[in-house]
Structures are given as C-alpha cells and as structure tokens.
Unconditional design. Structure first.
Length: 419
C-alpha cells in the first residue's frame, strides 16, 4: 500500500488517522485539462490530508488507450484513477471498480441518462461522467464581417467561404493563412471528424445500431471525397498530422478562418494572451448539403477506478469529489468543459462565460455516438480500420470509393458472424 507519514500539523488538523494515503490519477493534457485537474485534486488534498500524484497521458486517445491496457492487463496498482474516453467503458470494464459499491446514488444525481448508461456495464457503474463533448465549428467573426460572408450552413458554403477569405488574406500579405483546420491525423480524433462528415451527408455511422456495416455508401463516398478536396487547398498539407492542439495552434495564432474542435478551445481562444480574443464565434458543424443534417460527434471523458488500486475507497471518494456539481461548474467557467449535469446548462454564470452552451444545447444532447456499444470489444479494431482508411483517402492514396469498399471487407472480417 502506498502510504506516507503525516506531519504533526496535519494530524492535529484532522484528528485522524495517523497515516495518509497516496493516490495516483492520470489526466489528459489537452488545453487546460491538466491544470484544471491539478487544481481540483489540490482541493481534495487540502480537505482530506491525503496526497495525490497527477500524471499526464498522451494527448492521442489511441495512444492513451494502449497505455491503459498495458497497465491494467499487468494488474498494476501504479494508477488508481484513470480518465477514460466515452467509448472505453465496455472494453475496460473487467479491470474497473464497480463504483455503485463505493459511492452513494447521489454521486450521479442529475447526470444525463445516456451518459450514465454509457458508463454502466451489465449493472456495474464502472465510471462516473466527468465532462461531455460534441464537435463544434469555430469561426473568425471579424473576418466574416470584413469579407461580407455568412456563417456557413453547409460544408459547400464553408469550402467556398474559406477559399474566398484565404485568397484575400494571402493577397494582403498573410502568406501562412488557411481556410479550415481540423483533426486529420490517423487516430481516434479522425474517426470522430469523419463520422461527422458521414452523418452530415446521411451516410450512416460506420456500423448501425443493429450491428450492420453501413460504411460503403454513395453518401459516405461523397463526404470523404469532399474532405480530400480540402487538403492542400483550404487546409494545410500538415493537417494530415493534426490532433486537437495542432489545429488550435493554427487557429488561435490567427492563421485560419474556420476550425473544427471541441468546446475546450473557447476559453483558450478568449484568453488575454490569445491573438484572436473577442474575434471568435462558435456554431454547429455544417450540413452535408441542403438535404443533409448538422452532425456533431459525441465525445466526453469519465473517471474510473482501477480494480487493482491499493486504496479503492479513497480513489472512489476522489472521483466523486472531482465530478460533483461545484467542480463541474468551476471547470465550465475556467475551461469551457461541458458539464454532464443537466441543471448546470441553466446556470447563468456558465451561460455568461460560454454563451454557446445555451444556443447549442441540442447539439450537445443529440450528438452522434461512435459505434462502440454495438461493436463491443471489437471497437478499437473497427475505429483503427476506419481512421486508417479515411487517412488514406485524405492523403490521396486511394479514392473514397476504393477505400470504403476495402474497409467494408475488413469490417466484415472483424465481425465474422457477430460482434
């Protein structure tokens, strides 16, 4: 057990017990994530007298999952609490604590039911939702006004407006200016981006709720062909290696008019140090044409406790502390992280700090989920096959039609008779 002696001062302050435990929590480091995590943890340390080591994990969710699987498969107690993606509970469940046995029902009071359902595996509450997410479109209000352009409703409108403003800005001397940046690296983030493209063209969700493979369709091909056309025209060639932070870096430095990202980028764009402070708007992602739909990929992260923790009760208590309404409100105000508790979307302080939490409420509550539930343990293979195929299409290695046809065959081999 990871224990250390408490100081006499702490002993007097707490009057119990004679020893303090030491926990380890892994937190993401995208944007302000790590800072906010450390601040929340510090409050719990001050309250309880225990010590928590905060360790950062790779920004790529694909790399983070691989790291977690190595640790958990080794039954290691090195990390007590893990920040896990919304699509991981099912595959990691055998290694995670059932928090129903360690926390009161009030720990999830008011949380959106779909998020509770996504973290409950066969009656076991293997994680508590920490913040939810949906893809949104950031845009430069000042540049749209300067060039008399409207906020785009369709991807076609975005492409045309991005091209128009990019050419004008470059003519004015801004040689490094681009029209649109997104997450194009071959990783889980590309799965979400591409899923949004497919869904916006009514091209399905790779695998439907019944488990049928739906990815090889004319609509899906149209969506990916469109995205391929962006690369090295309105999007930099380097977008093929962009994750969230690379895209944000280009946009926040004033070198792009549009960006697809998660809501966390709002507070950073509005910071005093930002080159685009007070010049940014946020709206829903475009439709795939007049007969398409606005489609935002569902994201979000949860906190889970490893079954191999030496201090499961304390670890569960820290999870409850970090996911409580007061802490979620602080994170919303300071980092624009979407709360998982419905009532906080009516909190005026939060709406004043992040207005689009109110205007895009339906976007956040009706976002498109990745097919992790229906594909179960096979989801990592499904996602890997999908984002690698999409990356090949974006880079021009294959056409959309060729890539999707090959992908369908690969998914059938993964599925075989059933998922």
């Amino acid at each position: 057990m990871k224990l250390k002696l408490m100081t006499a001062g702490v002993l007097l302050a707490m009057a119990s017990p004679a020893m303090a435990a030491e926990l380890t929590i892994s937190c993401g480091a995208v944007g302000a994530e790590l800072t906010l995590c450390k601040e929340g943890v510090k409050q719990w340390e001050d309250k309880t007298g225990h010590t928590v080591n905060v360790v950062s994990t790779p920004n790529s969710s694909t790399e983070r999952l691989s790291l977690y699987q190595q640790i958990l498969n080794a039954h290691s107690s090195d990390i007590d609490i893990m920040q896990i993606d919304i699509v991981w509970p099912g595959m990691l469940a055998p290694h995670l604590l059932d928090l129903n046995k360690h926390l009161p029902k009030s720990a999830t009071k008011g949380v959106f039911q779909p998020l509770i359902d996504s973290t409950n595996v066969e009656g076991r509450q293997v994680a508590i939702p920490w913040f939810t997410d949906a893809g949104v479109l950031f845009y430069r209000k000042d540049l749209l006004e300067k060039y008399d352009a409207e906020v785009p409703e369709t991807w076609g409108e975005l492409t045309d407006t991005a091209d128009k403003i990019q050419k004008a800005e470059r003519k004015a001397g801004n040689d490094d200016f681009w029209g649109y940046v997104f997450q194009g690296r071959a990783y889980e983030g590309l799965t979400v981006n591409a899923l949004e493209w497919l869904a916006s063209f009514n091209g399905g969700t790779i695998v439907d709720d019944q488990g049928d493979i739906t990815v090889d369709s004319p609509e899906a091909a149209k969506a990916l062909t469109m995205a391929h056309g962006w690369v090295d025209t309105i999007s930099p060639p380097g977008v093929l290696n962009y994750t969230e932070e690379e895209a944000r870096g280009v946009f926040q430095s004033g070198h792009a008019v549009f960006m697809r990202n998660w809501p966390y980028a709002w507070s950073l764009a509005q910071a005093d140090s930002s080159d685009i402070k007070d010049k940014v708007g946020v709206t829903q992602l475009p439709k795939g044409g007049s007969d398409g739909q606005h489609a935002a990929g569902l994201g979000g992260w949860n906190l889970a406790v490893s079954r191999y923790s030496d201090n499961p009760e304390l670890a569960a208590d820290l999870v409850a502390f970090l996911t409580r309404p007061e802490e979620q409100k602080r994170r919303a105000l300071e980092g624009a992280y979407n709360p998982t508790i419905a009532s906080l979307y009516k909190d005026q302080e939060i709406l004043d700090a992040t207005p689009f939490f109110g205007t895009l409420y339906e976007t956040f509550t009706s976002a498109v989920a990745r097919p992790s539930a229906v594909t179960g343990d096979n989801y990592p293979r499904v996602s890997n096959a999908f984002f690698n195929t999409v990356h090949e299409v974006l880079s021009g290695s294959v056409t959309a039609e060729e890539g999707l046809s090959s992908l369908e065959g690969e998914l059938k081999r993964i599925k075989r008779r059933h998922w």
